[in-house]
Design a protein around this ligand. Sequence first.
Ligand code: BTN
Length: 281
Amino acid sequence: MDQRILAERLSGLPLADIRYFESLGSTNDTAAVWALQGAADVSLVIADQQTKGRGRAGRQWFTYPGSALAFSLVLRPSSQEYQGRAGLIPRFTGLGALAVSQALQTQFGLQAEIKWPNDVLVRDQKLCGVLAEAHWVGDRLAVVILGIGINVAAQAIPPKESLHFPATSLETELGFEVDRITILRAVLGEITRWRAGLMDEEFLLSWEANLAYQGDWVQLVSPAPVEGRDSVLVAGQIIGLAPDGALRLRTRSGEELAFRSGEISRPQENFQLRLVDSSPK
Ligand code: BTN
């Protein structure tokens, strides 16, 4: 992978500009700096290696040389389409996750699913993470940096002790080598397609249709403080997504709640359904 090959192989996609790095801290950080300097809508930062890759909730994201895809898009939401709409940022996270899921489905026939809010799973193991970060100018959303990390080769899978969830890679699942730029092109194509209708019902329905654990019982730890608590733990059945991208759960008592942030996990064998706090967000 290099700048010239990327430009050649990604030609025809509506990218404003591409910056390739052999190694950098985080593509999201580099893209944010570039955005400040005036990068146009749909500018791409991509790196072979990240030394300070970031995940959600302050976690580290590992990107070892030659084994993964790590890239960020500078997106500038246009005012008439998006400004002031509830759930805009979550929709960008959904955009990344849906684009990767669909690219994996169409390119390789893999049953990729979205573990709300920002992971892509194959056979219940994480293959990709999405990190959408918003930059505001006053109360106007100026830029969204959409960062995507995909484990391509088996070497991309981080050491077990640093995992929060079982992980896999594309090549592990497929059993053969895949070309990173082919995947990148497919994902960027899906992002382009879905971004055009990001606020449409069709996007929400596709995002929802690709959710992992639909109808299953899960437990959700939501970090937002509620009445003095640091986090809430709720058990519920996944019933879908609200228009603002919140996860809708039905609790054992039949109550329907929606959560804008949090981490879901499936019940362990010894799991007993507990409703510690069901305050909605
Ligand atoms: C997560 O699973 O918590 C999200 C991981 C997002 C990783 C990608 S890799 C490209 C971009 N640059 C970063 O520093 N993070 C994102």
